[in-house]
Design a protein around this ligand. Structure first.
Ligand SMILES: O=C[C@H](O)[C@H](O)COP(=O)(O)O
Ligand SMILES: C=C(OP(=O)(O)O)C(=O)O
Length: 453
């Protein structure tokens, strides 16, 4: 694999900076322009977090997913937190993703492409620029890359030093991810043993059949002399929302093989529902880099919006370059998604369709917690599969906010977390995540949907 990346030439740098003349929503108001310039200049010389050749490998796998030859699982925190970037938390998240992937692989009977919302998911778009508590108004928390969560003027003031801290912590996280996924921790037999541990809880008895089938398949492979050594490592790709454009631009490098620019902060980058304006800076910037990219599509997206986004972001119509992540909400997915899929398909647009069943289903509990109902999350996934089945198109993957820990942020699941139960361990700083058990349960339920695909 070629490893050489260079700084962009002056001419390419001008192209990459074209976004700077366009409206960029959801950017922090940095109080110190000189400090921002100094921080991004240093990041401009930093080592890449990922390599272009790896991003190309992911692109080929996303193309396979668009044809139904693979299924994508993308998951991780809503917002990563600097203080939680330790080996235990990272390992728990990886373990959850690997456990889900084994179950989904069985359901899909195709490879599962694993992507973490990890090692860079440190910036959040917010509904409001400010937050008011007891009559005091301060800037909203926008993620650890920008400001601190603590409700003080000092913490809430955007600080460019955080961009470099995000880079360093992302580098350390990426290192741990590579160590766990390449060093034997991902051994298929071990991951299946963890799933058997999950099955020992009688609450999950309904998934026993799927677990037993996976068990039989592994024993069959063993009997055939399958090379389990070769299965001891997996690729877990890195992704985050490309929100803070100063950070993304600073980490953009040129692939020495091809002369193309790649945003080396992650393999896969997506544009959020709030920043996908055609004439906006985010679409412009991501149109200039060669990574595989995603766009979140909410319920107000028109088919023409989707076609125009595809034309801007993937003018060559290359499979794997563009993923649409539909996040409609359970009440809307069956009404809105068909029109989009139909028109995009009729136009011959190459796209990988994924579902994000989290962001259209956020509610506030009677007890004041921002939460989601597990049943709504599942129903949106079901709706996504129904729409694709009816149209004869390909449901390519699942985008989830999840954690490997036993938090209590989403209502329901077999553990029956209720409104009072949310208080037990509500830890997210922005949006609610599925906990470890709810994530595995999702995998078993989606595996059933995949089998019916
Ligand atoms: O994760 C998504 C958004 O950042 C989040 O839903 C915004 O939340 P807010 O409405 O609390 O600002
Ligand atoms: C903000 C997010 O989602 P969306 O853009 O779909 O609201 C997210 O995935 O963190």
């Amino acid at each position: 694999m070629s490893t050489a990346v260079d700084a962009p030439s002056a001419a390419l740098a001008q192209d990459l900076d074209s976004f700077r003349t366009l409206p960029a929503l959801q950017q922090p108001t940095w109080p110190d322009a000189a400090a921002l310039a100094a921080a991004t200049a240093r990041l401009g010389h930093a080592a890449p977090l990922v390599l272009p050749a790896e991003a190309d490998g992911l692109r080929a796998k996303l193309a396979a997913a668009s044809r139904g030859e693979a299924f994508v699982l993308q998951g991780g925190d809503c917002a990563e937190i600097f203080a939680e970037a330790n080996a235990t938390r990272i390992r728990n998240k990886i373990r959850t993703i690997l456990q889900m992937a084994v179950v989904l692989t069985h359901g899909a009977s195709t490879p599962v492409v694993k992507i973490g919302r990890m090692a860079g998911q440190y910036a959040k778009p917010r509904s409001s620029d400010d937050e008011t508590r007891d009559g005091v108004t301060l800037p909203a928390y926008r993620g650890d890359m920008i400001n601190g969560f603590e409700f003080t003027p000092e913490a809430r003031t955007p600080d460019p030093a955080r961009l470099e801290q995000a880079y360093r912590i992302s580098a350390a996280t990426a290192n741990v991810v590579r160590a766990f996924t390449q060093g034997g921790y991902a051994d298929l037999r071990q991951v299946h043993e963890w799933n058997r541990g999950f099955m020992r809880n009688p609450t999950y008895a309904r998934y026993e059949r799927t677990a037993a089938e996976i068990d039989r398949a592994i024993r069959f492979m063993e009997a055939c002399g399958a090379d389990f050594e070769a299965l001891r490592s997996v690729d877990l790709y890195l992704s985050h929302e490309a929100l803070v454009l100063d950070y993304e631009r600073a980490l953009t490098r040129v692939d020495a093989r091809t002369g193309q620019a790649y945003d080396t902060s992650a393999h896969f980058l997506w544009i959020g529902e709030r920043t996908r304006q055609l004439g906006g800076a985010h679409v412009e910037f991501l149109s200039r880099v060669a990574n595989p990219v995603g766009v979140k599509l909410g319920p107000t997206t028109s088919p023409d919006d989707a076609l125009a986004l595809a034309a801007r972001l993937n003018p060559e119509n290359a499979p794997g370059r563009l993923t649409f992540v539909a996040r409609m909400g359970t009440g809307k997915v069956r009404d809105v998604l068909p029109g989009l899929v139909e028109k995009v398909t009729a136009a011959g647009v190459a796209v990988t369709w994924m579902t994000d069943p989290m962001h259209g289903n956020t509610i506030t509990s009677g007890t004041g917690y921002k939460t989601r109902r597990f049943a709504d999350v599942l129903d949106e996934v079901q709706g996504f599969f129904e729409v694709h089945r009816a149209l004869g198109t390909v449901p390519g993957g699942l985008h989830m906010e999840l954690t490997g820990d036993d938090v209590t942020e989403v209502l329901g699941g077999s553990e029956a977390i209720d409104e009072a139960g949310l208080a037990r361990r509500y830890e997210t700083l922005v949006d609610p995540r599925l906990n470890h058990q709810q994530s595995l349960e999702t995998a078993f339920l989606v595996a059933e949907m995949l089998q019916a695909r």
